[in-house]
Structures are given as structure tokens and as C-alpha cells.
Design a protein around this ligand. Structure first.
Ligand SMILES: C[S@@+](CC[C@H](N)C(=O)[O-])C[C@H]1O[C@@H](n2cnc3c(N)ncnc32)[C@H](O)[C@@H]1O
Length: 293
């Protein structure tokens, strides 16, 4: 007797095989804290594919890249919103951008390169763009480029469209909605002024790619997808990609603990930023989780 299609059966062993297959293949880790999430998303996927046994799922994804990618898409969480951590964006506007303004005032061209690593559906890079427009004096005189990357192609497609529901823009001020969005029926589309500041590209952060240098890197709520070892290696790469004096923005629950590199920890109105030292690390450069200078 076969199992019912609406009740797929995946054993613990199959689930753990799936977990290690994803880690080996994509460098993405679903640890024990996300066990329930993983098993329920896998069950949903199997129902859609009319699969009843974990063994059939494993066979399918090992024999087809398309199926593997499609399952992976279902397992990634794209939860995000505009100005997700207001105090971080306030620190960006009040501390980091004025600092960049001073530092680059005499540069010609005056450039600002920012990376939103793990940008999901685009709210984060568009928030960065809005913050820059609202804060940077003579923003139009700057050559601003915001690179936004994610491993999820579906999330990137939606980010590139830049069309959001009324609910998504609810947390913005009426002035921001009016200045940066066009109303299209019941939806809100980012205006070209903002859209053109951002370029999107698919990228798996577990893989090493030459990126050039950035003034700021935002990598919020993505490190949970990495093992301790990969996380430390990624933080090390972020450090190398940053200009001296550049900033790394992590999510609330994330830290650069265990990384070998020495960021300075900078507190600004409740926000914790990590800054790459300006010159050679001196006696005041601490490991990222240690005391504030
Ligand atoms: C919870 S969202 C965070 C979005 C945004 N940074 C924020 O904080 O609001 C996590 C994003 O990380 C992406 N992600 C997960 N693993 C990744 C990897 N190895 N490389 C690139 N992106 C990854 C997911 O696809 C998802 O869009």
C-alpha cells in the first residue's frame, strides 16, 4: 500500500542526507534550530511534486539541477522590509554618510560603492538608496553604485521589478512614498531615480568571487545560513572587500565572533557597526566582539 500523496513521509535519516547534500553543494546550512522549518517546507515541496517518499525526493534532486534549485528556492526565507533596523539606517545616515562625505569631498569623481549581500526582494538596497538621497549633500554629484546580490533568483526577479504592495510601504513616511515610488493601481513601483542606483546579480556568498572594494557592506540576517567555519571565512572576505575605514552592517542577532580579522566596534545611538581600521591595525583594534574603542 502506498502512502497518501497529501502525506509525504521523510525519515530523519533522509532529512539529514538532504541537509548535508545542500551544505556540500551550495554551502548553505540548515542547522538543528531550523529543523521544523526544513521538514515542513520539504513536505510542502513534495506535495506539490506528488512525491510520497523521501527517497524519491533525494533521487529527483540529485538527478536534476532544475529540481534541486527549485527545492532550494522553497527553503530560503526572504523575510525583509524597508528600514528593517531603523537605528542601523540612522547610524548610516548620521554617522557613516557624513564621514564618507568628509573623506571623499575632494575626490573626482566622488564615488560610493555599497554592497547589499543577501538582498532578498530588494527592500534593503532600495532603503540604502533612499537613505543616500535623503542624506548625502549633492547626492546627484556622486557616482553611487549599490550592488545587490542574492542566491535566490526568484527573490532577485522580484527585487528587479521593484513593485511593492501597500502593506510593504506602510512603514515609510508619506513623503518617502511620494518621493521614491510611483503608484501603479494598488501597488507601488520604485522610481527610476532609486532603481538606477541599484544593480542586481545572482551570487552565492559561500563561493569566493572577486568583488573589488566597497565603502559599506550590508549583510543582514544571512549569516544564519552558514556553518561557523564558512561564516568566519565570509567575514574575512568582507573585511578584505572593504576600503580602510569602511563599515560592515550585520543583523541584530549576528556577530563577527570567531573571525580572525580585527574590526573596530563602533556604537552609534544604539546601533553596533563594525569598521575596518583606517591604517594598520594598532593597539586599539579589537577582535570584532570585544570592547568598544
Ligand atoms: C532573511 S533574508 C534577509 C534579507 C535582508 N538582508 C534583510 O535583512 O532584510 C535572507 C536572504 O539571504 C539569502 N541567502 C541565503 N543564503 C545565501 C547565500 N549562500 N548566498 C547569498 N544569499 C543567500 C536568502 O535567499 C534571503 O534572500
Amino acid at each position: 500500500m502506498g502512502d497518501k500523496i497529501d502525506n509525504p513521509v521523510v525519515t530523519e535519516h533522509e532529512l539529514s542526507e538532504l541537509r548535508s547534500l545542500i551544505e556540500t553543494r551550495s554551502g548553505i546550512l540548515f542547522d538543528n534550530s531550523r529543523h521544523r522549518f526544513l521538514s515542513s517546507r520539504v513536505a510542502e515541496y513534495m506535495q506539490r511534486r506528488s512525491l510520497t517518499r523521501g527517497a524519491d525526493l533525494l533521487r529527483l534532486i540529485t538527478s536534476s539541477n532544475v529540481e534541486y534549485e527549485s527545492l532550494l528556492e522553497r527553503l530560503l526565507t526572504q523575510e525583509t522590509r524597508f528600514y528593517r533596523y531603523p537605528e542601523m539606517f540612522s547610524a548610516f545616515e548620521r554617522k557613516v554618510l557624513p564621514e564618507m562625505h568628509m573623506k571623499k569631498f575632494w575626490e573626482n569623481p566622488r564615488t560610493l560603492r555599497i554592497w547589499s549581500a543577501g538582498c532578498a526582494t530588494g527592500e534593503e538596497p532600495y532603503t540604502i538608496a533612499m537613505s543616500i538621497c535623503e542624506t548625502l549633500e549633492f547626492a546627484e554629484a556622486w557616482n553611487v553604485s549599490i550592488l545587490a546580490t542574492d542566491v535566490s533568483r526568484e527573490a532577485l526577479q522580484s527585487a528587479e521589478r521593484g513593485v511593492y504592495t501597500r502593506r510593504a510601504v506602510e512603514g515609510l513616511t508619506p513623503h518617502q512614498v511620494e518621493t521614491y515610488f510611483l503608484r501603479v493601481g494598488e501597488q507601488y513601483m520604485v522610481k527610476p531615480k532609486i532603481r538606477n542606483m541599484v544593480s542586481f546579480a545572482p551570487m552565492n556568498l559561500a563561493q569566493t568571487v572577486y568583488m573589488g572594494r566597497f565603502d559599506c557592506i550590508f549583510c543582514m540576517n544571512v549569516l544564519i545560513y552558514f556553518s561557523d567555519q564558512r561564516r568566519a571565512a565570509l567575514i574575512q572576505r568582507f573585511y578584505e572587500y572593504l576600503e580602510p575605514g569602511g563599515y560592515l552592517f550585520l543583523g541584530h542577532a549576528e556577530s563577527a565572533a570567531n573571525a580572525q580579522v580585527k574590526f573596530n566596534q563602533v556604537m552609534h545611538d544604539g546601533a553596533r557597526l563594525l569598521q575596518k581600521p583606517l591604517g594598520m591595525p594598532g593597539p586599539h583594534a579589537f577582535a570584532a566582539t570585544e570592547a568598544t574603542p
